[in-house]
Design a protein around this ligand. Sequence first.
Ligand SMILES: Cc1cc2nc3c(=O)[nH]c(=O)nc-3n(C[C@H](O)[C@H](O)[C@H](O)COP(=O)(O)O)c2cc1C
Ligand code: SF4
Length: 533
Amino acid sequence: MADLLFQPLKLGALELPNRLIMTTVKLGYGTKEGKVTERHIAFYVRRAEGGVGLITTEPLYIRTNGRELPTQLGIHEDQLTEGLRRLVDAVHAAGGRIMAHINHAGRAANPKLVPEGERVSASDVPCPANGVTPRPLSRAEIADYVAFFAAAAQRVKRAGFDAIEIPFSHGYLIHQFLSPHTNHRDDEYGGSLENRLRFGREVIAAVRRAVGGDFPIVVRMNAKDYVDGGLGIEDAIAIAQALEEMGVNALSVTSGTMCESVPYCLYPTGTPKANLLPMAARIRAAVSLPVAVAGRIRTPQIAREALAAGQSDLIGLGRSLIADPDWPRKAQSGDEEAILLCAACHQGCLAELRQGHGTSCMFNPLSGREWEIQITPTEHPKRVMVVGGGPGGMEAATIAAQRGHRVTLYERSDRLGGQFHLAAQVPYKEEFADIIRYQRVQMERAGVEERMNTTVTPEMVAAEDPDAVVLATGARPIVPPFPGLEKTRWMTAYDLLDGRTEVTTSTAFIVGAGTVGLETAEYLARRGVKSIV
Ligand SMILES: Cc1cc2nc3c(=O)[nH]c(=O)nc-3n(C[C@H](O)[C@H](O)[C@H](O)COP(=O)(O)O)c2cc1C
Ligand code: SF4
């Protein structure tokens, strides 16, 4: 039977070879002026090589006061078009297709990250996530903002992109007009849904004029805001039907707002997997446009089931492609055990982005570093001893072996995976176990020799006489010298999560309220133990 994931689909004039779209994800690789860098190009080219049907760029800001990061890509000036064209040409040369996502964040632009620029919106409703109280746009200014979108769309066309995406989603500027929660206007841009849609409608009309009749326009829209007084699925259906009348070519379903309900935008650990599928199905049933949907559709199986059930036409992958750019090719060839499945941890992508380092992946050291690291065969094969079979040791052993070194990995215990086993015990982090499975597969395929139940000694190293020793023995917990500790029944979180000991009392006292402390409290709560952190 034909694989539904790999059937072609037309979006306006554009033919997609398969049903997989990379959704927009902020990368933070740009210059302060919003220019494309080699890091962007290498990142997106690698995703094109991995076989995704259509790549969506990170949001390109249409005006500097709508920028979310100091290193975000801009499309607010003509001079930025040249760099964007280089990006498009590189993706095309790699056999891919690329859609520009243009945006203005309105009140959701965080002044702690980008202090410059006045925050504007439909009304002066504060954004709880960043403390901004925006200034409502006047009617004359609304026309200016429509023109900013149109000018950006002209640059999209000039740069040679294959499609354009406009967000009516996530609590960004157009959504701030759409939602009755953020739009309290009493002019023709507020009140009824028709009025709240007016700004978005004007943007779509102006963008259509700018890009021409058959150029694909995709609208990203919320199925549900998860905000009291915000938009729900019935509103979403009405908006989808209005968008079809406006002549857009496809809809891409998401949820949440960046001011009130961030987890429903970014889907961290513990949020439901693929929860938007039933709502996407309702939207799809109400229009005759292709519908995409994203949100923790992490395995090819979930994606195929969604297509087979008629819940969507296209599958949006965000973090799955940050973690493993080859997700599509591996799914197509049936090599699914080799996919590095995203664990929704946000530790490499969102956390690194917020710290100003740019998006990467906690489990894929090459992600976001494609421009500076290539795994090339060595000209001088060496004998390498890797000491420790945790995630660091397994990764080092795999990469060394992939480069052509002869690698032996030594592990003291009888299992690989080290502290990832402990992480996988914590509620909602069970998916860490998938990473261990992935690393095992990679290591075996690279030809690493394993010596389990083996403690490496200086004598052993001297006898083996390797060219290089990689120490990857992991961290050990510190036990602070609390007075009277010896009279207490204490344990480390490591011992507890590893099953070497257990809490037999009804209450536990946890010292340290970092991630490990809080996760241990959750672990104990599942076992009926109350924690004081
Ligand atoms: C680091 C990060 C940045 C993101 N930035 C945006 C953004 O700027 N605009 C947007 O519409 N979605 C953004 N998203 C949401 C993704 O496009 C996607 O909808 C979400 O991650 C759920 O899909 P996934 O589980 O496949 O990653 C971002 C997600 C992450 C993890
Ligand atoms: S860092 Fe975590 S959430 Fe982000 S892509 Fe990697 S596995 Fe997924």
